[in-house]
Design a protein around this ligand. Structure first.
Ligand code: 5GP
Ligand code: ZN
Length: 114
């Protein structure tokens, strides 16, 4: 989608520190990390918010979630703990309207999040 930051990263038009990619998803380091590990897992296809998901996306969301777990595990956080977050809507802090799963680890993560 034109004017979507994450579509531009997926297309290679804007650089990012890519840590994983396959036919469906891409993962790259957040530009403003909130923890020692802060990776964003995004679908290649433009989906603006969780509200736009359909049953046809169930597999994609599973792929994103399992990729988040795999990336955390390969950095040694499977047992130490990590957090995955989808912000949905401006009221929840979503600033980029192309769904992305935050994966945060490497520091004490408090609850509830700020
Ligand atoms: P949101 O607030 O929408 O849940 O998360 C958007 C995330 O994208 C933020 O954590 C922000 O730091 C990150 N971000 C914004 N612009 C860029 C960028 O150009 N490159 C990368 N790698 N991350 C970005
Ligand atoms: Zn997009």
């Amino acid at each position: 989608m034109a004017d979507c930051l994450f579509c531009k990263i997926v297309a290679g038009e804007i650089p990012a520190a890519i840590v994983y990619q396959d036919a469906e998803v891409m993962a790259f380091n957040d530009i403003n990390p909130q923890a020692p590990m802060h990776v964003l897992v995004v679908p290649r296809r433009h989906i603006p918010t969780l509200n736009a998901l359909t049953e046809a996306d169930d597999e994609l969301v599973g792929v994103m979630t399992r990729r988040a777990a795999a990336l955390a595990a390969e950095r040694g956080y499977a047992e130490r703990g990590y957090r995955t977050v989808f912000n949905c809507g401006a009221g929840a802090g979503q600033t980029v309207f192309h769904i992305h799963l935050h994966v945060l680890a490497g520091r004490t993560l408090t609850w509830p999040p700020g």
